[in-house]
Design a protein around this ligand. Structure first.
Ligand SMILES: Cc1cc2nc3c(=O)[nH]c(=O)nc-3n(C[C@H](O)[C@H](O)[C@H](O)COP(=O)(O)OP(=O)(O)OC[C@H]3O[C@@H](n4cnc5c(N)ncnc54)[C@H](O)[C@@H]3O)c2cc1C
Length: 519
């Protein structure tokens, strides 16, 4: 069954939605998203979006902070481009109806987060992402040129490969003609043909057993591009957020935003001692990789399963006013943050690497664009500066919108593309095998490819993953497609790509910390 469209957008977070709104005046847009329109990592972003809007802050300071966090691996031109575009992009968000908090004098109430040298984070209380998603979904649902297909799961990108041609990685004439997508509710696989395809499928925190990311974050986009022989980069750089709320029964892990430390929160051990100054002169506001490693080291030395974030010295009225959701969430599990310390532990949070794009958001596959967490733009280098990811998502959606409008008519719809062939497959007899294998994969990555790595740990991870890979590929060949099976397969492939990239970088840098190469 075929659907045709000018623009196909895979994913409905900030990157996908803002791209759709920017191109919709030039053609028919179809957004597919595997859950509801509202479900995305964007929805869970708390802290905010970084932008320099007035002096004494400056673009050069924001650029400098971004490059320091990136540990020398940022692309200077990209950092400058994104940061200088930020004010205009904030204006776009406002025009689409996003509300940011202001002070009594009408100026933005700007927060400060780890690694930033100035107050420059625009926010909406402590649920900025929810507010952005709300506003954009409202615009999208009312746009006559945009069709939203909820609960449609992108299975694979369509390239020449599907017309029987042999396609090689690094080949520069691979072309994207759309994607195969499973309508989860009717179990129908559609061939969606497009002139331009925007991949905005977000990150993959679900590769780990402890993560702040919702269930949708299973790295499908990375895997689809890898299978289509496109290029990925920097896949070893995975950010662990230092302060996930320690509540072992809950998944995903609830995040205690970095902004809480920017507001005066202090990390302490169980004896109430501050320890961050032993690791970095910036103390509690050191960049995330340093704080996460410090917590990891404290936990491993003491054998404790968590440490504490202390806000009890902060004015309680102001604390609740700034962080109503964190206060409410902690209260719901019996912790009053104005009187008690919050138990915290690191959790997988953000993929700095991804599908390699140029400065216009173009991937190595023609007519396939990528933006947001699925992409690797050069902004983050070896480590992302807090609140730069929402900025990156909207920036590259904007750049890709401009170029795809110009390029789309060079890629006419390919009516001859065959439909998905699932002859000879049957429904899985043992769903439980999929669930169990997924847990095993997440545990392997948590145990051996986490904050601190080594050659031996990476080898172990690879060997263990290999067995699950063989079992799952066998199951995939014989089984009717289901989102769970596709996600498992994508996560196994992603685990392999992360391990391969981590093995190749024989040095410790940014988020990639190898005990064998610390010199
Ligand atoms: C708890 C939390 C707090 C955060 N706080 C901040 C913050 O304060 N500031 C900041 O800058 N960043 C923050 N981040 C990171 C930031 O939210 C994300 O990097 C950003 O929102 C990614 O946007 P995106 O559009 O690329 O992807 P997402 O918002 O994740 O959207 C991806 C979309 O793709 C869909 N999708 C995925 N796979 C498929 C498929 N196979 N088929 C169809 N659809 C698919 C998903 O359903 C979803 O709609 C936070 C992240 C988390 C989890």
């Amino acid at each position: 069954m075929k659907i045709t469209t000018d623009y196909l957008v895979i994913g409905s977070g900030l990157a996908g939605l803002s791209f759709a709104l920017k191109v919709a005046d030039t053609g028919k847009v179809t957004i597919i998203t595997k859950n509801s329109l509202e479900e995305s990592n964007t929805t869970y972003a708390q802290g905010g979006i970084a932008a320099v809007l007035s002096s004494p802050d400056s673009f050069s300071q924001h650029i400098e902070d971004t490059k320091i966090a990136g540990a020398g691996l940022c692309d200077d031109k990209i950092v400058e481009k994104v940061i200088s575009h930020a004010p205009g992009l904030i204006q776009n968000l406002k025009q689409w109806g996003t509300q940011f908090d202001t002070e009594k004098n009408g100026q933005y109430d700007l927060a400060k987060e780890g690694g930033h040298s100035a107050h420059r984070i625009l926010h909406h209380k402590d649920n900025t992402g929810f507010e952005i998603q709300r506003a954009l979904c409202n615009e999208i649902r009312n746009h006559k040129n945009i069709t939203v297909l909820e609960h449609y799961f992108a299975v694979d990108l369509i390239t020449q490969h599907h017309q029987g041609e042999l396609v090689k990685r690094h080949q520069n004439d691979i072309c994207c003609f759309g994607a195969y997508a499973l309508d989860i509710q009717t179990n129908t696989i559609y061939t969606i043909l497009s002139k331009a395809t925007m991949l905005a499928s977000g990150g993959a925190g679900q590769l780990y057993s402890t993560t702040t990311n919702p269930n949708i974050a299973t790295g499908d986009g990375f895997a689809m591009v890898y299978r289509a022989k496109g290029l990925l980069d920097n896949m070893e750089f995975i950010q662990f957020h230092p302060t996930g709320l320690y509540n072992p029964k809950e998944s995903p892990t609830f995040l205690i935003s970095e902004a809480v430390r920017g507001f005066g929160g202090k990390l302490r051990n169980k004896y109430g001692e501050e320890f961050m100054c032993n690791y970095d002169e910036r103390g509690n506001l050191a960049p995330r990789d340093i704080v996460a490693r410090a917590i990891d080291s404290e936990m491993k030395t003491s054998g404790d399963e968590h440490l504490y974030l202390d806000c009890t010295h902060i004015d309680s009225k102001k604390l609740i006013e700034h962080f109503p959701n964190i206060h409410k969430k902690c209260m719901s599990i019996g912790i009053d943050i104005t009187k008690e310390m919050i138990p915290v532990a690191p959790a997988a949070h953000y993929f700095c690497g991804g599908v390699k794009v140029d400065e216009l958001g173009r991937t190595s596959i023609n007519h396939l664009y990528a933006a947001g967490e699925v992409s690797c733009t050069g902004l983050h280098g070896a480590n992302r500066l807090a609140s730069n990811s929402l900025l990156e998502a909207i920036a590259f959606a904007d750049f890709a919108a401009d170029i795809s409008k110009k390029e789309k008519d060079n890629n006419p719809i390919q009516e001859s593309i065959p439909d998905w062939d699932d002859k000879g497959t049957s429904h899985p007899e043992e769903m439980v095998l999929i669930t169990q294998s997924l847990k095993e994969v997440q545990q392997i990555l948590n145990n051996y490819v986490g904050i601190v790595r080594s050659d031996v740990r990476l080898d172990r991870a690879f060997n263990r993953l290999w067995t699950i890979y063989l079992e799952t590929e066998e199951m995939y060949r014989n089984t009717t497609l289901s989102p769970k099976l596709c996600e498992l397969r994508n996560l196994i492939l992603l685990g392999y790509i992360v391990i391969k990239s981590a093995r190749a970088r024989k040095k410790s840098i940014g988020l990639h910390y190898m005990v064998d190469y610390t010199g």
